[in-house]
Design a binder for this molecule. Structure first.
Ligand code: F6P
Length: 360
């Protein structure tokens, strides 16, 4: 292989630039391979927005968050939006991917992305494109790797936020609710809650009962503890599903209308306990900024191994972490099933042993 392409897809995550840098350096120094970067995920391949990446281009980007290539959650070549007048339809434009890749003489494509981008990569591989995947997402919800890059940084940011919220919680004797990301998996909430000493942690995998949460806050008040910290994942749901009448909040449960799940929980807690409550939505702050040392190293290892796989012709695989070792798995094992928090796993048991309320 003499020429490879690389793209970053889906939401940004700290460590993307570290992976790009590692790919470029390894390709050039170890294998004398030319690297072309596509801009804004698969959109750049479809529209042929590409540029060569030299060592000069990646100099100094190791500690920078985001991605120098740009990214997007849209632009799936198998479901590409086509607007005609007022009408929007979707078309399969995957032939453009093959066309543009061959215009550049690119022999393999490295896709750095989460579940969505890797699923597209797998479909393209099935059609004959030489694809290698690198697992990215701050949510850590890809099942074929022990850890995605970006998670450690998000976890660190969330933990620092909990530490800071303790200040106001203690001084004002309040209940402070922190809403963190995690639509389907509660890894950020559970681990930052453990690291930051939260009293209640609500995750999508364990539907919560507000009565149980309220009991926990009241119990702390009886124990003369004047404040409480609740960490809630954005995907947390009350028992009984999405639309239930929650007696602690007057309206029926609709987190979007009520301003997010953090608000729903804070309002319910204040109504039921009489304790002043506040909510902080961490939002994209947990996706930004400089990657931690752990994420920089993991990203660098992933980038190098992705190029090693290309050089060995091991296409259709995703690099992954198994224990302490960098390995690879077939892309079809890497997509589909999400890696959720095991409800009877060790971390959940540790939380319960410490008396942390998980809402059930
Ligand atoms: O997939 C990562 C994630 O951070 C989710 O937890 C979150 O719901 C989502 O991205 C938000 O993405 P965006 O703001 O880019 O639509």
């Amino acid at each position: 292989v003499k020429h490879i392409g690389v793209l970053t897809g889906g939401g940004d995550a700290p460590g993307l630039n570290a992976v790009i840098r590692s790919i470029v350096k390894t390709a050039i120094r170890e294998y004398q391979i030319t690297v072309t970067g596509f801009e804004n995920g698969f959109g750049g391949v479809i529209k042929n927005q590409a540029r060569e990446l030299t060592e000069q281009d990646v100099a100094g980007i190791l500690p920078r968050g985001g991605t120098i290539l740009g990214t997007t959650n849209r632009d799936n070549p198998f479901h590409y939006p086509v607007v005609k007048g007022n009408e929007k339809t979707f078309a399969d434009v995957s032939d453009r991917v093959f066309e543009n890749i061959s215009i550049h003489g690119i022999e393999a494509l490295i896709v750095i992305g989460g579940d969505g981008s890797l699923a597209i990569g797998k479909e393209l591989y099935d059609l004959g494109l030489n694809v290698v995947g690198v697992p990215k997402t701050i949510d850590n919800d890809l099942s074929a790797t022990d850890q995605t890059f970006g998670f450690d940084t998000a976890l660190t940011t969330a933990t620092e936020a909990i530490d800071k919220l303790h200040t106001t919680a203690e001084s004002h004797h309040r209940v402070m609710v922190l809403e963190v990301m995690g639509r389907y998996a509660g890894w950020i909430a559970l681990e930052s809650g453990l690291a930051g000493g939260a009293d209640v942690i609500l995750i999508p995998e364990i539907p919560y009962n507000m009565d149980v949460v309220v009991q926990k806050i009241n119990e702390r008040t009886r124990e003369k503890k004047k404040f409480s910290i609740i960490v809630v994942a954005e995907g947390a749901k009350p028992q009984g599903g999405e639309m239930v009448v929650n007696k602690h909040v007057e309206d029926s449960f609709d987190p979007i209308r009520l301003g997010g799940i953090g608000n729903v929980v804070a309002q319910a807690v204040e109504a039921a306990t009489g304790k002043e409550s506040r909510v902080t939505v961490l939002g994209h702050l947990q996706r930004g900024g400089s990657p931690t040392a752990y994420d920089r190293i993991l990203s660098t290892r992933y980038g190098t191994e992705a190029v090693n796989l290309v050089a060995k012709g091991l296409f259709g695989n995703m690099v992954c972490l198994k224990g302490q070792h960098i390995k690879h798995v077939p892309l079809d094992q890497a997509v589909g099933e999400l890696h959720k928090v095991p409800v009877d796993g060790e971390l959940v048991r540790v939380a319960r042993h410490l008396g942390i309320c998980l809402g059930d």
